[in-house]
Design a protein around this ligand. Structure first.
Ligand SMILES: Cc1cc2nc3c(=O)[nH]c(=O)nc-3n(C[C@H](O)[C@H](O)[C@H](O)COP(=O)(O)O)c2cc1C
Length: 123
C-alpha cells in the first residue's frame, strides 16, 4: 500500500471502477478500500488531515442487470471521501451486461467522455 498511499497524496483525480457483485463493489475492491481506514483514524484519533490536496472523483460500474447500483456507488463515494475527494461525478454504469456488452452501451461511452471532461476541466 505504501506506493498507493504516496500516489493518492499526489494525484489530481481518482477513478474507481468495479463490476457489481451482489449490488456492491467486489470483495477485492472493498479489501483495498479497507486500507483507507488509516485516513479515518488520522482524522478521528490524531486530529490530522492526512491528505491536504483535494481531488475530483468518478465511479464506473458494470453489472449483469440484477439488483441496484446505488449501494455500490454510495460505497465508492465513501471510499473517495476517505481520500479527500468530495467533488464526484455522477455514476457512470452499464447495468445490462447479461444482454449487451458494456462496449456497445452508448450511454456508457457518453459517460466516459463526460468523466474525461470533468477530470481535465480546471474549474
Ligand atoms: C459473484 C457475482 C455476483 C454478481 N452480482 C451481481 C449483481 O448483484 N448485480 C448485477 O447486475 N450483476 C451481478 N453480477 C454480474 C457481473 O456484475 C457482470 O457479469 C459483470 O459484467 C462482470 O464483470 P467481470 O466479468 O469483469 O467480472 C455478479 C457476478 C458475480 C460473479
Amino acid at each position: 500500500m505504501q506506493e498507493i498511499y504516496k500516489y493518492i497524496q499526489e494525484c489530481d483525480n481518482i477513478l474507481l471502477t468495479s463490476p457489481l457483485y451482489f449490488s456492491e463493489l467486489t470483495g477485492k475492491r472493498l479489501e483495498i478500500g479497507s486500507r483507507l481506514q488509516t485516513y479515518f483514524c488520522a482524522r478521528l484519533f490524531r486530529k490530522e488531515e492526512p491528505i491536504t490536496k483535494s481531488k475530483k472523483g468518478a465511479v464506473i460500474l458494470v453489472g449483469g442487470g440484477d439488483g441496484y447500483i446505488d449501494t455500490a456507488y454510495s460505497t465508492a463515494c465513501t471510499l473517495l471521501h476517505h481520500m479527500n475527494c468530495y467533488n464526484i461525478h455522477d455514476a457512470v454504469y452499464s447495468h445490462n451486461t447479461n444482454e449487451r456488452s458494456a462496449v456497445d452501451d452508448k450511454k456508457v461511452l457518453l459517460g466516459l467522455h463526460s468523466i474525461l471532461d470533468f477530470f481535465t476541466n480546471n474549474e
